[in-house]
Design a protein around this ligand. Structure first.
Ligand code: BTN
Length: 232
């Protein structure tokens, strides 16, 4: 008999500083699979110490708390990314691809970003900001093709999609990862590496082969998808 997943405990607030910050601060007093969604964040956190801003009520701003953490904690982030991509596709028909490690893209434009953090007690909080009704210039949003979708609907669909994911998500993640086979630039504090993304390892590291045939493996970093080289 398949084991039923722990139910999600969903809370919705009109405004907070950051749903990630709230769940990190209150992790010990909340159940596993707590979900906190806000209409508006006054200090939304992005990756690499950036801010994440959106007009009130327009987009999905939500964080998930996990007490049960797999050996490779990045798997939780991958699961949220895959669930969000599947949910967005189901609601709109858009072709949503992942950019390593966990951005969601529509035709190379950013649809969503994900930030994972750890609490003092070792729990993992995964937050996603997904453009539903509004996006910055050059980015993508779920409603761009005319679909009428609310952030609450998108969250319901995402939670259902999460619970449909297989036990082993590695093949699903690899298939969804638009980065594989692309020329990429990896930006690191110490410099830049350019090459072709050839693989993603079981622990989530990206494998990049540079022009001198040197293989690099990245656990973290910010990457840019580059246009194919001329003549390639
Ligand atoms: C990125 O920079 O690409 C990641 C952005 C993550 C933003 C989301 S919005 C909900 C959650 N709360 C936060 O403060 N940040 C994440």
């Amino acid at each position: 008999m398949p084991v039923e997943p722990t139910p999600w405990t969903v809370e919705h607030v009109a405004e907070t500083t950051s749903t990630n910050a709230d769940l990190v601060a209150t992790a010990a007093s909340r159940p596993d699979r707590s979900v906190l969604r806000a209409d508006h964040q006054t200090a939304g956190r992005g990756r690499l110490d950036r801010r994440w801003d959106a007009p009130a009520g327009a987009n999905l701003l939500v964080s998930f708390l996990f007490h049960v953490v797999p050996d490779h904690p990045g798997e939780l982030t991958q699961r949220i990314a895959l669930a969000a991509a599947a949910a967005g596709h189901r609601l709109t028909g858009l072709d949503i691809r992942l950019k390593w490690p966990n951005d969601l893209l529509v035709e190379d434009r950013k649809l969503a970003g994900i930030l994972a953090e750890r609490s003092m007690t070792g729990d993992v909080v995964v937050g996603i900001g997904l453009n539903v009704g509004w996006c910055p210039d050059g980015a993508a949003r779920l409603t761009e093709g005319g679909a009428t979708i609310t952030p609450a609907q998108m969250l319901d669909e995402l939670l259902a999609a999460y619970d449909r994911l297989p036990a082993d998500i590695a093949p699903t993640y690899r298939d969804a990862l638009g980065t594989l086979g692309r020329r990429v630039r990896v930006e690191l504090p110490g410099g830049v590496v350019e090459g072709t993304a050839t693989d993603v390892e079981a622990d989530g590291r990206l494998v990049v082969l540079d022009a001198c045939a040197v293989t690099h493996r990245f656990a973290v970093g910010d990457i840019v998808h580059l246009r194919p080289a001329a003549g390639a």
